[in-house]
Design a binder for this molecule. Structure first.
Ligand code: MN
Ligand code: MN
Length: 341
């Protein structure tokens, strides 16, 4: 543990080393675009010396997974990490609403993109899991930008290997299909079914928020409910209001380790047109920010923002939403890192 091996002063020094480039020194539109203008660090270097929480050189790693090979409708999310990096150069160091200064609370770096195989989902899954396992062992909390939603399953294979996780899943879709196109079990419509089947998620500690739109078949919903997963449809979200929704999410996941997954199509297409499977009647970006801010204090062990598809975007609006939501989630993760020392 960091507390045993490193003084508070040394920890502060390490965190001070990993600051985003200041927009007061070099303009935000200049230079190479990393996530949040953070230093770029090789994953092997990030893992550092030992194992266990606090053993890594950094505490939070921002990672791109430019893979959309299991998209069932309109492709383009492979370009999400690059566009979100670019849009994220506008995010600054202090959250005006919560007062959280994430880079003062946790050493953060851009760990680059996972070296995926764009034409092989199974091999890509192996590469993602292999990329995340050493990070998990070093206690580095990953914040991932996809990529289609399939990528969450191999990430969970690394993060949930030691014990099943809780899940807060904000999405228009449950992504709990069994198979698509006559037998494909690894798609962006199946990651949470695979993760529950593999024991990576505790279904009774899983909540899906904002689910709406039409389904191919009721099995996607009925299977999830039969496992004990909680589905808060958008209709229920509207009827009950965000404070109650957040309270229920907190109650479902409790105090145990939890993963947060944000599909950008949870937002209404008016706020996120650049995504493969848009559904009308979604969250505004403002509602999404308020919902995330109501999730402070949970034991979040990782998170992702997926399904930003720049070729379908208008004026970068969806990449901007993805970057802003990633920053909001980064603030949650940084507070959690700081709370644990
Ligand atoms: Mn979706
Ligand atoms: Mn999804």
């Amino acid at each position: 543990m960091a507390d045993d091996s490193e003084s508070a002063g040394a920890r502060a020094e390490r965190r001070a080393r990993f600051q985003p480039a200041s927009g007061m020194v070099t303009p935000r539109f200049s230079g190479l675009a990393s996530f949040m203008r953070l230093p770029v660090l090789d994953p092997a270097e990030a893992v550092g010396e030992g194992a266990g929480e606090g053993a890594g050189l950094v505490e939070i790693g921002l990672i791109g997974i430019p893979f959309d090979g299991t998209t069932t409708n309109r492709p383009g999310a492979r370009l999400g990490p690059r566009a979100v990096r670019e849009a994220s150069t506008g995010t600054r160091a202090l959250n005006h609403a919560t007062g959280v200064a994430p880079y003062a609370l946790a050493a953060c770096a851009d760990l680059g993109d996972v070296p995926i195989n764009p034409v092989d989902a199974a091999e890509t899954a192996q590469r993602i899991e292999a990329f995340y396992r050493p990070l998990a062992e070093a206690g580095i909390v990953p914040l991932t930008v996809g990529g289609d939603h399939f990528i969450t399953y191999p990430v969970l294979r690394a993060l949930g290997a030691a014990r099943p996780l809780g899940l807060i899943h904000i999405d228009a879709h449950s992504d709990t299909d069994d198979a698509q196109y006559g037998g494909s079990r690894l798609t962006h419509g199946t990651p949470f079914r695979r993760a529950v089947e593999a024991g990576l998620l505790d279904p009774r500690r899983c909540i899906q928020i904002g689910i709406r739109g039409s389904m191919d078949a009721a099995d996607e919903r009925d299977w999830a409910l039969a496992q004990g997963m909680r589905i808060l449809t958008m209709e229920e979200v509207c009827a009950r209001g965000l404070p109650e929704v957040a309270a229920e999410a907190r109650a479902v996941v409790g105090e145990g380790p939890t993963y947060l997954s944000f599909d950008i199509d949870a937002l209404d297409p008016a706020f996120a047109p650049g995504t493969g499977t848009p559904e009308i009647g979604g969250f505004t970006t403002r509602e999404a920010l308020h919902l995330l801010r109501a999730l402070r204090g949970l034991d979040l062990v990782g998170a992702d923002v997926v399904e930003v598809a720049p070729p379908l975007d208008s004026a970068g609006i969806t990449a901007l939403a993805g970057a802003g939501i990633a920053f909001e989630i980064l603030c949650l993760l940084a507070e959690r890192v700081a709370a644990r020392g």
